[in-house]
Design a binder for this molecule. Structure first.
Ligand SMILES: Nc1ncnc2c1ncn2[C@@H]1O[C@H](COP(=O)(O)OP(=O)(O)OP(=O)(O)O)[C@@H](O)[C@H]1O
Ligand SMILES: Cc1ncc(COP(=O)(O)O)c(N)n1
Length: 272
């Protein structure tokens, strides 16, 4: 079985972060592992607390994983502080990790800031250049681009600049701000649009985490980047279309929509 690692923060309410990543990896048929960067106290309405792990303990988790079960792909999500980012970059270099997907998480859907300003600079100088692909949404791409993005044309300008500056492929997500379902991949100066069908679902907590983990899972299985993105978009569309409705705010998706069989049949039959 192929394996994938998520290095990210925990979302105790289960819709984003490590929890979304591992559900996504399971649903996409790979063995999921995690190195936790921070505990968050959050739910669908907001984040009430963040407790970072120490860089040393994060390093110990990554060592424990790579010295035993080598991941075929690594997804990196919320990392709030520079020393944690430096630890991740050092360890991934040491172990020559492959298929690195960086979701440059900066602000939660609920509005909470999940990264410090100096950590953004460290992210730019250390982790982005190591990535196979990075997956910013519009506000994150604006931080990397240094200007507002208000149209598909400006998405192309921003993606090209980010691709050239950080020497990594960029999947710029149209997302909630611009066109919801249409994302732009820029690799080696070439563009490819992935046009998804917009699903009318207000429950989008964890969409970014889910998409990046689905891409990592498909890279782990050996698909090329275009195919991995195509399959990841298909998966997230299914998870959104399942129309789960939980919590008082922007709720989580049903990551298990395609997981069917003996152990899920009661929930399917009785809608419980
Ligand atoms: N309503 C929707 N219908 C279909 N696809 C969507 C919809 N909303 C988002 N997506 C897709 O979900 C993926 C995640 O994009 P999004 O821009 O929501 O990420 P994000 O802003 O980082 O997410 P979040 O911060 O909520 O975790 C993208 O592929 C995007 O096109
Ligand atoms: C631990 C963690 N990581 C990432 C996100 C971003 O996800 P979203 O923007 O959907 O809230 C989050 N809320 N929590």
């Amino acid at each position: 079985m192929r394996t994938a690692l998520t290095i990210a923060g925990s979302d105790c309410s289960g819709g984003a972060g490590i929890q979304a990543d591992m559900k996504t990896m399971l649903a996409n048929g790979v063995y999921a592992m995690s190195a936790i960067t921070a505990l968050t106290a959050q739910n669908t309405t907001g984040v009430t607390g963040i407790m970072d792990v120490t860089p040393e303990f994060l390093g110990s988790q990554i060592d424990a994983i790579f010295t035993d079960i080598r991941p075929d792909a690594v997804k990196i999500g919320m990392v709030s502080a520079s020393p944690l980012i430096e630890m991740i970059a050092g360890k991934l270099k040491e172990y020559q990790a492959e298929n690195i997907v960086v979701d440059p998480v900066m602000v939660a859907t609920s509005g909470a800031k999940l990264i410090s300003d100096d950590a953004i600079e460290t992210l730019k100088s250390t982790l982005l250049p190591m990535a196979t692909v990075i997956t910013p949404n519009i506000p994150e791409a604006e931080v990397l681009f240094g200007a507002k993005i208000t149209s598909a044309k400006e998405m192309e300008e921003a993606a090209l600049m980010i691709n050239k500056t950080y020497h990594c492929a960029v999947l710029l997500k149209g997302g909630h701000q611009l066109n919801d379902a249409n994302d732009l991949l820029c690799r080696e100066g070439e563009f490819k649009w992935f046009n998804g069908k917009r699903i009318d679902n207000p429950n989008t907590h964890g969409t970014g985490c889910t998409l990046s983990s689905a891409i990592a899972s498909n890279l782990a299985k050996g698909y090329d980047l275009d195919t991995a993105v195509e399959r990841a978009k298909d998966y997230i569309s299914g998870a959104l279309a399942a129309m789960l409705d939980l919590g008082k705010g922007s709720g989580p998706m049903n990551h298990g929509f395609a997981v069917t069989g003996k152990y899920t049949e009661m929930a399917e039959k009785e809608d419980c």
